[in-house]
Write a protein of this length. Structure first.
Length: 198
């Protein structure tokens, strides 16, 4: 488990630095639980996860984490209102079928949603499209035929979505190769993390 705490993605560190200690956190599409584990160890967070992939669920259990086997859309309906301080959708939003529904349901359970996603408008993705190929990058490692991604959104797309839905973006951070990007993130950032509220 020490590798988890030493090889932490910059996004995880930023998320952890921004949430309150002892927070109640739900991680939707929690993967192998690395982010949840980091939040437990660094912020003493009370975390739960929802994950569909069985092998990733086993990885969470090996870390001593609480995780429920479900898809995101079905899993969030089981919780009572205002159950959490934060809900995380990190690298899972683009795999959700009904994004509007999921975000509305999340706002019933929390005031703050943390959303992280790969930026499909990153410069090398644009280059690949210009050359007639579907983008394949470090943060978008799939071929068109085996990608779990249902949505192909950019930072600009998501910020427009928030504006139209009247969601407030209270924090936003952008990264390329583990370093924060401050200039023209829609072009130069590979990934984005945004904290949204009502």
């Amino acid at each position: 488990m020490t590798d988890i705490l030493t090889n932490i993605p910059a996004e995880y560190k930023k998320i952890a630095s921004t949430i309150e200690p002892n927070a109640k956190v739900l991680d939707l599409g929690c993967g192998d639980g690395s982010l949840m584990y980091y939040l437990v160890k660094t912020k003493n967070a009370n975390v739960q996860g929802i994950e569909l992939n069985n092998s990733l669920i086993y990885a969470c259990v090996e870390k001593g984490l609480t995780v429920f086997h479900s898809d995101i859309e079905g899993g969030i309906e089981a919780y009572p209102p205002k159950s959490f301080d934060y809900i995380i959708l990190h690298n899972s939003l683009q795999e959700v079928k009904r994004i509007d529904f999921v975000i509305e349901e999340c706002f019933k359970l929390t005031k703050t949603i943390i959303i992280g996603f790969p930026n499909f408008a990153y410069i090398t993705a644009r280059r690949d499209l210009l050359l007639g190929n579907s983008p394949v990058t470090k943060t978008l490692p799939y071929q068109w035929y085996n990608s779990p991604n249902l949505r192909f959104l950019s930072i600009k797309d998501f910020e427009t979505f928030c504006f139209e839905k009247k969601h407030k973006v209270v924090h936003k951070f952008f990264y390329r190769a583990g370093k924060e990007v401050r200039l023209f993130p829609n072009l130069f950032a590979q990934t984005a993390v945004l904290f949204i509220t009502r």
